[in-house]
Design a protein around this ligand. Structure first.
Ligand code: FE
Ligand code: FE
Ligand code: ZN
Length: 304
């Protein structure tokens, strides 16, 4: 296997891996409930053996955000090291945010939510904010791309310290972001290009028709050609309850779906993905997440 040597974190040869690369801590965690605040999330991450995590910035199916508790944020930051939380965190925007809704009021609602979320995330700077690009609801993908790009250009600021990530989508209904081309088209129109990137969801790309089981290298090469692997900032690790190209978006536990454990082993060990935060959004309880985190960490840290 040989990758573009100009790109960050590509492995050139086995010799390079052995001599040139420092050992590193894989960044892995799961989605964590934000109901009890930041400090509680940090402690929960420690319990799960996670050094990063994802959380909803507000009710995922509603719109209102709780007032930010400064003391809670301060406690989270103060305890981060002892909790082993090194980040970067991958905050998730609510599902109700549709930047390419047909209704202008809904688009305004989406814009205000994103602007407010980003303002709040400035209290925990240097992390990621991941969102579903949107559903074009019959207006067509090109119109959707244009509206999403417009929202980003409206909301992003030069001074913000959060990077906004477009999530790769399964292509359910009229979802935009079902192909690398659509994501590239959005990114291409964003003026503050340093403030945006991509979060790759394994279940979603599989459901969208990208065969990461039989050709992970091929899919990543395609990502690199169309978007650029330097724009890939985080991954959601989910198995899929459905076959390749199903456009369904139903997550399964790691190894319990159509993607399978061996593919996740290749994903967490892949040189092009090295060092990126891996977030589990699998249907699980705490024990299940702790188990998956330990399993994936063990697989990633096994020799080349
Ligand atoms: Fe998502
Ligand atoms: Fe996801
Ligand atoms: Zn999903």
């Amino acid at each position: 296997m040989r990758w573009n040597t100009d790109r960050r974190c590509f492995v050139l040869s086995k010799k390079y891996v052995l001599k040139g690369m420092k050992p590193f801590m894989m960044k892995i965690g799961s989605h964590i409930s934000a109901a009890k605040g930041y400090a509680a999330m940090g402690r929960q991450a420690r319990k799960l053996g996670a050094n990063t995590f994802a959380f909803f910035t507000r009710n995922p199916r509603g719109g209102t955000a709780k007032a930010l508790d400064e003391a809670d944020v301060a406690a989270f930051l103060a305890e981060a090291v002892q909790n082993g939380v090194t980040g970067p965190l991958v905050a998730h925007a609510p599902y109700t945010m549709n930047a390419c809704a047909a209704d202008a009021h809904l688009r305004e609602f989406a814009r205000d939510m994103m602007r407010d979320d980003l303002a709040r995330l400035e209290r925990v700077p240097g992390n990621y904010y991941n969102f579903h690009p949107g559903s074009h609801v019959g207006q067509g993908a090109a119109a959707g791309v244009a509206l999403i790009t417009a929202q980003l250009n409206d909301v992003l600021t030069e001074g913000q310290r959060t990077t906004v990530l477009l999530e790769t989508m399964a292509g359910k209904g009229s979802e935009v972001g079902r192909s690398f081309e659509e994501l590239h088209a959005i990114l291409d129109g964003v003026s503050l290009s340093g403030k945006v990137g991509v979060c790759l969801d394994t279940c979603h790309v599989w459901d969208a028709g990208y065969d990461i089981v039989n050709d992970l290298d091929g899919v990543l090469t395609q990502f690199d050609k169309v978007i650029g692997l330097d724009r890939l900032k985080a991954l959601h690790l989910n198995d899929s309850m459905n076959p390749l190209g199903a456009h369904k978006d139903r997550h399964a536990q790691i190894g319990a779906g159509h993607i399978g454990l061996e593919t996740f082993r290749r994903v967490v060990k892949h040189p092009a993905l090295r060092g990126l935060p891996f977030i589990l959004e699998t249907p699980n309880d705490d024990a299940g997440w702790a188990r998956e985190i330990a399993l994936l960490r063990e697989m990633a840290e096994q020799g080349a």
